[in-house]
Write a protein of this length. Sequence first.
Length: 277
Amino acid sequence: MPIYNVEKYLQRCIESLIHQTYSALQIILVNDGATDHSLAIAEQYAAQDQRIEVYSQPNQGLSAARNTGIQHAMGKYLSFVDADDYLARDFYDTLISAIGDCDYVQFGYRRVTNLGTILLKKVPRHPYQFHSACMRLYRRDVFTQNQLSFPVGMIYEDILFSMDFWATRPTCKMLNYTGYCYRLNHHSTTAQRNRQAEQRLFAALQAKLRHSNQCAHKWLIIYTIIRFIPLIITVLIACHVFPIDIQRIIAITRKKAIYLALFPIEFIIEFTVSIRI
């Protein structure tokens, strides 16, 4: 679990880990150069529970911290938890019981406020629905055999990682379970994204898609297009742009499929303007 200036939320997260009904856990906390009291909180829990290991490194970002955790992991399975989220008590019991011989379990989540109010629950409808690395329990040997890691220096690192992971053609067990509590935190790293980092992400995604023939990458494009086509059609009707050049629509959508997945509203506005010109 990466830790960076999350003293407000860290205790709740660690408590949800140490009180799991499945107790045979290796809990790896990676202090990524925190400047608040996060490290002190982590070390206090480590002194009380021998399952907790704390590692510190200069601030390098979420991906680097996760990679450090992967290097120290010793168990049969891997999972990732963000420090401002928390887990239901039966989280690992449920997932480990379900995984069987599959390479990973894909499960859902509940979005909660800081007060614990549940805003929504979402379960997977297909293996490629959730890009977040936290929404899966993995067999660790999938990482070691394929030398998987998270890309350092980018936001939206989960999307790039997911594409590499799916490219290994892993077997999946989907579970109608929402034991991961994703906290709606407007001050998180993702919420504070900047445009320059987004452009680096898009460039990396385009390079991956251009040089890969893996079915997982193709499916990601197909899924994002299908997901937002109804919304696009609605905008087109509202703007009275029919009849239109279908080939032009296809060309625009293919070129910016990843942009569509990440920023649907911005894409639709740009899409509508471009086909009207």
